[in-house]
Write a protein that binds this ligand. Structure first.
Ligand code: GDP
Length: 297
């Protein structure tokens, strides 16, 4: 599971300050140095760590902490709250339309878990949010991607709209919207093409679909295992498409967690969902405070 090492190291850093009646400046500086090292070793972006530590320092050295009965606990709380802030503070729900069909474009590099996430999200919407979703296979380059989506759709009882590989992605998207209207769907999720790298052709195709569909959400899947590269990928997609949310996948892997802790702070794009395994149910709505609890162990 992500964050295992980080949680352990932070726990050790706090051990020396909790339970103490009074904190000296040295106690505080030792703890801050340890927190800083833990974050850097977890591969959190350097600039993010620097700002994070200086915010904690400012708050932890304040009068309220130094004169409190249990200053250690207060400092731990300050760190907790700053981690929540790094992760986005507020929950970021799906931008459902009040009426009419909500449209969601799923984008991301190949292998990040985009197709799996599309099905997981459709399943969650159907089972937990009472929505009536339609999945649309817009990755028309790879026949395997269409088959994969169809298989997933069948397993969760969600219809998959596809015109095969002969029809262009934009045309598939257009016809899917007509189909959704005619058949009373209230949510349409477009599984768009994935590539190994970002290229102009991919971005053009995605921009064309975006211009036509005018999606309520553009969700980018990023793989936790790719560490800080998450930030580069998210920044590139965001620059070109204005992504409205992130889906962090493979949090069940043994990633160090640095990308996750950096990406929101750098791109300002909220995390909306997290993938926690290969099974359809292994998806959670993202809550910054719960994730912070997990990181702090
Ligand atoms: P796509 O190319 O981006 O559409 O990626 P896929 O949806 O095909 O997923 C690629 C691989 O990652 C598949 O083997 C998935 O089962 C796996 N995968 C997707 N999400 C997760 C996750 O949250 N955890 C784990 N462990 N594996 C995942």
């Amino acid at each position: 599971m992500a964050f295992e090492n980080l949680s352990e190291r932070l726990g050790k850093a706090f051990k020396n300050i909790t339970g103490k009646g009074k904190l000296t400046e040295k106690n505080m500086n030792d703890m801050l140095r340890e927190v800083r090292m833990s974050l850097l070793e977890a591969d959190v972006n350097y600039g993010v760590v620097k700002d994070f530590i200086s915010r904690i320092k400012e708050k932890a050295m304040g009068q309220e902490v130094l004169t409190s009965l249990n200053p250690g606990q207060m400092v731990v709380k300050i760190v907790h709250d700053e981690i929540v802030a790094l992760l986005g503070t507020e929950d970021a729900p799906v931008n459902y339309k009040k009426s009419g069909i909500t449209t969601i474009m799923m984008v991301g590099l190949q292998g990040t878990g985009k197709t799996t996430a599309s099905a997981k999200i459709a399943n969650l919407m159907k089972k937990k949010q009472g929505r009536n979703p339609l999945l649309v296979a817009c990755d028309v380059i790879r026949p395997a991607a269409i088959d994969q989506l169809k298989t997933l759709g069948e397993s969760i009882g969600v219809e998959v709209f596809s015109l095969g590989v002969e029809t262009k992605a934009l045309e598939t998207a257009k016809q899917a919207m007509v189909y959704a209207k005619e058949n009373g769907y209230d949510t349409v999720l477009f599984d768009t093409a994935g590539r190994l790298h970002i290229d102009d052709e991919l971005m053009q195709e995605l921009s064309d679909i975006k211009a036509y569909v005018q999606p309520d959400d553009i969700l980018l899947t990023v793989d936790a295992m790719t560490g800080q590269d998450i930030v580069n990928v998210a920044s590139s997609f965001h620059e070109q498409l204005e992504v409205s949310g992130l889906v962090l996948t493979k949090l069940d892997g043994d990633s160090r967690g640095g990308g996750i802790l950096s990406v929101r702070a750098i791109t300002n794009v909220p995390v909306k969902f997290v993938g926690l395994g290969e099974k359809i149910e292994d998806l959670d709505v993202f809550h910054p405070d719960r994730m912070a609890d997990r990181i702090l162990g």
